[in-house]
Ligand binder design. Structure first.
Ligand SMILES: Nc1ncnc2c1ncn2[C@@H]1O[C@H](COP(=O)(O)OP(=O)(O)OP(=O)(O)O)[C@@H](O)[C@H]1O
Ligand SMILES: [Mg+2]
Length: 233
């Protein structure tokens, strides 16, 4: 289980997160929704050690995570698939995937992990030699997801995977999220597509202005109530 406990974080003198607390239970999908600029990405960056946590604690299975360098996160079984799908454009699909297993401890498993990635994302197999920069938006997102899986993470943190994608591709993406959930992984999903996120989630957290405004089981969410809260009505 991942626990975020009273966390403050931001950029230099600008604080963004104000005592944020939430939990992501093992094997469950926890979604973080909220408007632009609410601090969703900042929260994920704080978990990954990409922005300094100035107060509070982040724990993984009871073990303190703050202060752990980002490059060590793979050793703790954590992988993040960042917003904007940041693939290496001048590298092939397969080279991008191999980069996802860069850590020494993962290298012996590269062949098997590649096979698993191609099984889950057959289109990437067809395009294994193609430059990542020439992939469609949907394919690039699939590549970013597959690359994140190359370290076989137990905790997968995904930031806005559906952003800018066509509805059919979004469907495909959410099907993959359901399959990933089925593999027993813990997933933290940031999404602007609230309805879709709630559809796939176990637990929902609404973040607004750097604070958690609502935490609720997905099954208990009343969309109308949520939207009223979301838009401050
Ligand atoms: N590198 C940075 N330096 C300074 N401020 C930043 C930086 N990155 C983000 N911010 C600010 O932090 C706040 C939260 O941004 P963040 O990216 O976490 O929001 P978000 O909820 O992910 O939004 P979106 O839905 O648009 O992705 C915003 O006010 C943003 O301008
Ligand atoms: Mg963001």
């Amino acid at each position: 289980m991942l626990e975020v406990d009273q966390v403050r974080a931001g950029y230099g003198a600008i604080n963004v997160l104000w005592d944020v607390s939430l939990k992501a239970e093992a094997g469950k999908l926890t979604t973080i929704i909220g408007p632009n600029g609410a601090g969703k990405t900042t929260l994920l960056r704080a978990i990954m050690g990409l922005v300094p946590v100035t107060a509070g604690e982040i724990r993984l299975n009871g073990q303190r995570l703050n202060g752990t360098p980002t490059w060590e996160m793979a050793n703790h079984g954590i992988a993040m698939i960042p917003e904007g799908r940041l693939v290496f454009r001048d590298m092939s699909v397969e080279e991008n995937l191999i980069m996802g297993a860069f850590h020494k401890s993962h290298r012996p498993h590269v062949k098997r992990r590649l096979e698993e990635a191609y099984e889950m994302f057959p289109r990437l197999r067809e395009r294994r030699a193609q430059l990542a920069g020439s992939l469609s938006g949907g394919e690039a997102q699939m590549l970013a997801m597959a690359r994140g899986l190359m370290s076989n993470p137990r905790l997968l943190i995904i930031d806005e995977p559906s952003l800018g994608l066509a509805p059919l591709v979004v469907n495909e993406l959410f099907e993959i999220l359901v399959r990933l959930k089925g593999t027993g992984r813990t997933i933290v999903l940031v999404e602007q597509n609230t309805a879709r996120a709630i559809g796939v989630a176990d637990q929902v957290n609404l973040v607004q202005s750097g604070k958690v405004a609502l935490t609720q089981a997905a099954a208990k969410i009343d969309l109308e109530e949520l939207h009223a809260l979301y838009f401050g009505r």
